[in-house]
Design a protein around this ligand. Structure first.
Ligand SMILES: C[S@@+](CC[C@H](N)C(=O)[O-])C[C@H]1O[C@@H](n2cnc3c(N)ncnc32)[C@H](O)[C@@H]1O
Length: 192
């Protein structure tokens, strides 16, 4: 089945993966998408990064609860019922069944962060496209910033719906700067 996305500017996501700087030859590479849905973002990230790093060990983590929840997506909207259900998760697992780099964590962002807080993880790229409330994005950004290195890129989708200025200001403490943006996606890179 064709893997679909529900956003725009996937070409920017691809370019930011193609130009991801590896300041030192990495021993392993880790990327992540929070909010996977049908999987186009993850597919693009994996294909592009894999094409660059050859045989270096590589894992891409997808985090998504697919819980069909009524959830408040943005700061100023009320909760609505989504179509992110278990049938979507089952189809995603079928679509990625022969993809050895992809691992789905079937849980919320908070559950993932709590259960992995003691793991020694370093991420090279994170695509934030799960909850879009400023408070939720800040919580995720800080957790992943603590697990970043020089050159790590954070890409935020639908950033105009939340207060990205607050997120960027916090991330400056880890050395992240904005390196590009479009109508819906923005990319920050850790410079030191
Ligand atoms: C806008 S869609 C993601 C679209 C996808 N990134 C793409 O490019 O097609 C939002 C996704 O976030 C997931 N989601 C909702 N709450 C979440 C949470 N607390 N943690 C992680 N993912 C969540 C939903 O299940 C849904 O699949």
């Amino acid at each position: 089945m064709t893997i679909r996305g529900d956003s725009t500017e996937y070409e920017l996501l691809k370019i930011w993966c193609e130009t991801l700087p590896f300041y030192e030859e990495p021993k392993s590479v880790k990327t992540c998408e929070i909010g996977v849905r049908e999987g186009l973002g993850s597919q693009l990230i994996i294909m592009t990064i894999k094409g660059r790093i050859g045989k270096i060990p590589y894992e891409h983590i997808g985090i998504d609860p697919y819980n069909d929840a009524a959830y408040q997506h943005y700061d100023n909207t009320t909760a609505y019922k989504s179509d992110y259900n278990d049938a979507m998760r089952v189809q995603l697992l079928k679509d990625f069944s022969d993809n050895e780099n992809f691992k789905l964590h079937h849980c919320t962002d908070i559950e993932y962060m709590n259960s992995n807080s003691k793991e020694n993880l370093i991420f090279d790229l994170v695509y934030f496209d799960g909850p879009h409330k400023t408070q939720d994005v800040i919580r995720e950004a800080v957790w992943f910033a603590d697990r970043s290195r020089k050159g790590t890129r954070f890409i935020f989708d639908d950033f105009r719906f939340y207060t990205i200025e607050d997120v960027a200001k916090l991330l400056a403490h880890w050395g992240f700067n904005i390196i590009g943006s479009g109508a819906s996606k923005i990319c920050l890179q850790r410079m030191k």
